[in-house]
Design a protein around this ligand. Structure first.
Ligand SMILES: NC(=O)c1ccc[n+]([C@@H]2O[C@H](COP(=O)([O-])OP(=O)(O)OC[C@H]3O[C@@H](n4cnc5c(N)ncnc54)[C@H](OP(=O)(O)O)[C@@H]3O)[C@@H](O)[C@H]2O)c1
Length: 235
């Protein structure tokens, strides 16, 4: 295994924190962004908000100075603002787009500079099963997650010859604060629709992400890898 410098956005909790823990366990140099709180022990925590390009720039500069150029980027930070289409405000739509899509664009653009210089890069975008499946009450969120597929594929076409891959990991329902916020009857209903009959742990996503960043996955790019217990089959 080659030791790499890894940056994960939103590494203070949830899936991002698990991804950081797994990269640390495998012996990589790991940094996480956090707006509040800290990443796991063994990670460098840098303060950044993905909606604020200047804070991201400062975070990247700190990571580059302390750990070297980012070779593996996991764009994980994301939010939901669920409500039905006719009730969705411009603010609820735009806030989700600004975090989940524009925020990913900002970090990917910044990371690509170092990756092009290094002639190495692994860009992993955390999408969602609903990006391709759709979801009532999530017109804003699902639009951003399907947009990540176009982004990963365009990056692949632009930078594929420079030893840079870009892929989307599309989780289904994972046990984090995001799903805990769903009403219990809705959680039970989703579980009935998932062939695996359960939500996944964040670690089950983290292990797929670290594999996607490994040398074993060097020839995979522009792919959408589901981690969803079969929920999105056929998409
Ligand atoms: N949980 C699921 O079932 C599920 C399923 C499919 C996809 N996903 C995706 O997986 C990713 C992680 O989800 P999760 O379940 O771990 O969510 P979570 O527990 O709600 O954590 C979200 C993370 O994103 C960070 N974040 C949000 N807005 C940010 C911003 N503007 N700038 C910087 N960081 C920001 C949060 O930081 P703060 O602590 O500062 O808020 C937190 O670290 C998201 O992209 C989500 O869409 C989750």
């Amino acid at each position: 295994m080659t030791q790499r410098t890894v940056l994960i956005t939103g590494g203070n909790r949830g899936i991002g924190r698990s991804i950081a823990e797994e990269f640390i366990r495998q012996g990589h140099r790991v940094a996480v962004t956090a707006r509040t709180g800290e990443g796991p022990s063994g990670a460098l925590t840098v303060v950044a908000d993905v909606t604020d390009a200047a804070s991201l720039d400062a975070a990247f500069a700190e990571v580059e100075e302390k750990l070297g150029a980012v070779e593996i980027l996991v764009a994980n930070a994301g939010i939901t603002r669920d409500t039905l289409l006719m009730r969705m405000s411009d603010e609820q739509f735009e806030e989700v787009v600004n975090t989940n899509l524009n925020g990913v664009f900002r970090v990917v653009r910044r990371a690509s500079i170092g990756m092009i210089k290094k002639k190495f890069g692994r860009i992993i975008l955390i999408g969602s099963v609903v990006g391709l499946l759709g979801s009532a009450g999530q017109v804003n969120y699902s639009s951003t997650k399907s947009a990540l597929v176009g982004m990963a594929r365009s990056i692949t076409r632009e930078l594929g010859a420079r030893n840079i891959t870009a892929n989307v990991i599309a989780p289904g329902f994972i046990d984090t604060d995001m799903t805990a916020a769903l009403p219990e009857d809705q959680q039970a209903d989703y579980k009935k629709r998932i062939p695996a009959g359960r939500f996944a742990s964040p670690e089950e996503v983290a292990r797929v992400v670290t594999w996607m960043a490994s040398d074993d996955a060097a020839y995979i790019s522009g792919a959408v890898i589901p981690v969803d217990g079969g929920l999105g089959m056929g998409h």
